[in-house]
Design a protein around this ligand. Structure first.
Ligand SMILES: [Zn+2]
Length: 258
């Protein structure tokens, strides 16, 4: 590993993305880059080539929509989109632009049983949450419909939420928000069709409303595209009395539909 690799390892250690106990696991599963599979020698995490291709989302960005700005216009600035069409959630934060290696990580977690990627991805999300996880009362994953959960075996958003809860010590509410309507896949649909597809898809059973009433919630999903899914989920949370909803995703599509 060259100097660049060591610097990346050090910065990731400081960011809390690598933990000492992973050294034990390294004896059993030699570390490989989660992006391309190349052996990473002594450190667990992305290889320098994959790491350099990732666009982390950092300030300056819109305080509401978290959209990256090309120039720093000062603190507390909102994007034109957030002013013209305010979202139902209070703010959106995402770890990285949905592209290249980030897209591969999302697909591997979602479809290829790579739940081992979730701790690393949740670590990035915690950092990107800008203190909102630390300030919240509970973490809620965007749920899958039970029939889809049966065919997929696990919910990728719930895996990310579970590790965020473990890293932050915040309560996880895995069964409060339910997907009451089986919807089509959002992939391939336009913005309007996505809204229609998920309208009324989420509910919170009356017996569970106290879980979110008056609470600050972090709503977790893997990718933010048009916001149709998390907006529908936020409406259900707010209807049950949630006082504040931060949407936190691993990836954020910028200027594209997936
Ligand atoms: Zn790699």
């Amino acid at each position: 590993m060259g100097i660049v690799g060591h610097e990346i390892t050090l910065s990731r250690l400081r960011a809390g993305l690598i933990r000492p106990w992973t050294m034990l696991a390294d004896l059993v599963y030699p570390p490989a880059c989660p992006g391309c599979g190349v052996s990473t020698g002594a450190h667990r995490g992305l290889c320098p080539i994959c790491w350099s291709g990732i666009r982390l989302i950092e300030r300056p960005y819109c305080e509401v929509l978290g959209s990256p700005f090309s120039h720093d216009l000062g603190s507390g600035i909102l994007s034109a989109e957030a002013i013209a069409d305010p979202p139902v959630f209070d703010r959106l934060r995402s770890a990285a632009v949905h592209d290249g290696v980030v897209r591969d990580l999302v697909l591997n977690l979602k479809y290829r049983d790579r739940t081992d990627l979730a701790p690393m991805m949740a670590g990035w999300m915690l950092r990107a949450s800008d203190g909102m996880v630390a300030a919240c009362d509970a973490i809620v994953p965007v749920p899958l419909h039970r029939t889809r959960l049966f065919s997929r075996k696990y919910n990728q958003a719930a895996e990310l939420a579970r590790h965020l809860a473990r890293l932050s010590g915040k309560p996880l509410l895995p069964a409060t928000l339910l997907r009451s309507k089986r919807t089509s896949q959002q992939v391939g649909l336009g913005a309007r069709a996505r809204q229609d597809n998920v309208r009324g898809a989420f509910t919170i059973p009356a017996a569970r409303a106290a879980d979110v009433f008056g609470r600050r919630i972090v709503l977790v999903d893997d990718v933010y595209t048009t916001g149709a899914t998390v907006s529908a989920a936020t409406r259900a949370l707010k209807k049950a009395g949630a006082s504040d909803v931060t949407v936190l995703t691993f990836a954020r599509a910028v200027g594209e539909l997936i």
